[in-house]
Design a protein around this ligand. Sequence first.
Ligand code: XUL
Ligand code: CO
Length: 436
Amino acid sequence: MPAFPNIGKIAFEGPKSKNPLAFKHYDAGEIVEGRTMAAHLRFSVVYWHTMCGNGTDMFGWGTAVRPWEKGLSGLDLAKARVPVFFEFCEKLGAPYYAFHDRDVAPHGKTLSESNKHLDTIVKLLKQQQKRTGVKLLWGTAQLFAHPRYCHGAATSCNADVFAFAAAQVKKALEVTHELGGEGYTFWGGREGYSTLWNTNMKRELDNLGRFLHMAVDYAKAIGFKGQFYIEPKPKEPTKHQYDSDAAACLNFLREYGLLKHFKLNLETNHATLAGHTMQHDMQVALGAKALGSIDANTGDELLGWDTDQFPTSIYLTTQCMLEIMKMGGFTTGGVNFDAKVRRESFEPEDLFHAHIGGMDAFARGLKIAAAIRKDGRLATFVKNRYRSWDTGLGREIEKGKASFKSLEAYMLKKGETEANESGRQEFLENLINEFI
Ligand code: XUL
Ligand code: CO
């Protein structure tokens, strides 16, 4: 019996369609800059919010109506969710998904019982992947919900907790590999602190470095060639998360000799919580050739926490797609909807509205970004703004042929700089609005 009996395969009907259960802009096969929209966007649905999110918040119980759960719990519930999830991805036409070990399968009483539960579910995931062709974008281990992780996992003050986390990541890597996962993500969870009065920051960071090296070594040992990602986030649940933003992550990876093994999985709402824009963090990652994948959601301007809302702003999706196209498109990464429906949107159908809206918003962003690139005025403006570096003095400096002494001699002779030109911010904002 289908879980969504009244909803069929979501079709592309074009911008004039008034059908809420159709794509207006996402046409998987449409070619943009030489590749299909599907290949540009590589959409992915997350298991945790889509299957396990029930609308609970600090002030109230879950609200979500999920008929397929009908009084089930534990492993039975986990089993029942698998076909529902794949029916959803299939109807949506999402080519990828992502999961944590503990959202597909329940915690057991011991590590080995948890591993057994996971094995049971992985078998079902594998069958469904085969049946539907939906692939695994990345897997991860949930190292933050269980009380044992209250002081962190790899950065815990308790060495046993480090060991448990290592065993959990080992298993998660094995199942990600078995399911053909194209990547594996580390999001810090509780790797951070609530107070520095009880924290040895240096020791915790050294241990995190050790932990990630063990993961890299183990991946090699089992032949897992997927891309490792770190997902920056500045706060929540801790006051300070060590992977606070793209720059902090890159510095950490460099310091611990991990940069060649990792890229970043950037999430919009995390970048904004860090006081940046998503575009800022994407450019930081791009500069280090470490932009890997994105978790595509958004926050709420008036709320200071991680609301994980579905992306609807065309400005945001345009900026994301401009940066992704600048790097020549995704290789292993994708647009992963780490987003949840609002507590008030409690019907199964709302899952479709949310994802259709996010996919259409990104499809528009893609088309707009391609149009901006084809037009060329933006790129020409930026190139021209730096033209003093292309010849003469600028070129000498960039070639490493200048020193403070030679620059002083140059300026003493010249007396004053060439006049500056306007940055034309408003002109450029208007230019972008021509396309949006
Ligand atoms: C938490 C978050 C995670 C990661 C995976 O804010 O974004 O769900 O994406 O652990
Ligand atoms: Co995320």
